[in-house]
Write a protein that binds this ligand. Structure first.
Ligand code: IMP
Length: 182
C-alpha cells in the first residue's frame, strides 16, 4: 500500500515511529511490573489487536492474552457515557498482574468504566497502556499509566484503528479527511 487512499489526508505517525514507540512502551511496562512475573494482557476489541500483538512480542516475560469487547451507547461521535460489556474476559484476574491494552483514548469514558469493573475483581496490579491519546477530547478525567503518542483532535485510522471497519491493516496512523465523516 504505497499510495495514500483517497479518503486519507496524510500520514500522522509512520511505521518506524510506531515500532520505536512500541519498544519504548514495552520497556516501561517491563520495568513497572515485578520482574519475571506473568502479565495478563487484556485487549480492548477490536482496535487494539494490532498494537497488542506487536507490544506482546517486545515484552521480556511470559504473557497471556484475554479479550474484552465494550461499546458505548450513543450514536456517531456523541457518546452517552454508558458503556456496555459485549464480551467479557475468559480468565479470572484476581491476584494477577493485569495490563489493559487500548488503541486510543478519546472521551475517556470507555476506559474509566472498564477499569472500574476490573478493579472489583481484585487483580494484584491493574495498569493501562494506550498507543494514542486525544487529551483535548476528554469528558471525564482519565490517564493511562503508559502513553504512546498524544495527538490533536482529528479522526485517525490505521494500525488497528478503523473508519467503518476499514483501514485497520495500514501499517501507519493516518488522518481521515474531514469531508469523509462530516
Ligand atoms: P472513549 O475514550 O470512550 O471515547 O473511546 C475510545 C474509543 O473510541 C477507541 O477505542 C476507538 O474505538 C474510538 N475512537 C476514538 N477516536 C478514534 C479515532 O480517531 N479513530 C478511530 N477510532 C477512534
Amino acid at each position: 500500500m504505497n499510495e495514500l487512499d483517497h479518503q486519507l489526508e496524510k500520514i500522522l505517525i509512520t511505521e518506524d515511529e510506531i515500532k520505536k514507540k512500541v519498544q519504548e512502551l514495552a520497556d516501561e511496562i517491563d520495568t513497572a511490573f515485578p520482574p519475571g512475573e506473568e502479565i495478563i494482557m487484556i485487549c480492548i476489541l477490536r482496535g487494539a489487536v494490532v498494537f497488542m500483538a506487536d507490544l506482546a512480542r517486545c515484552l521480556e516475560r511470559q504473557v497471556t492474552f484475554d479479550f474484552m469487547d465494550v461499546s458505548s451507547y450513543g450514536s456517531g461521535t456523541v457518546t452517552s457515557g454508558v458503556v456496555r460489556i459485549i464480551k467479557d474476559l475468559e480468565e479470572d484476574i484476581s491476584g494477577k498482574n493485569v495490563l489493559i491494552v487500548e488503541d486510543i483514548i478519546d472521551t475517556g469514558l470507555t476506559l474509566k468504566y472498564v477499569v472500574k469493573v476490573l478493579k472489583t475483581r481484585k487483580p494484584a496490579r491493574l495498569k493501562v497502556v494506550t498507543l494514542l491519546d486525544k487529551p483535548e477530547r476528554r469528558v471525564t478525567e482519565f490517564k493511562a499509566d503508559f502513553n504512546g503518542f498524544a495527538i490533536p483532535d482529528m479522526f485517525v485510522v490505521g494500525y488497528g484503528l478503523d473508519y467503518a471497519q476499514k483501514y485497520r491493516n495500514l501499517p501507519y496512523i493516518a488522518v481521515l479527511k474531514a469531508s469523509v465523516y462530516s
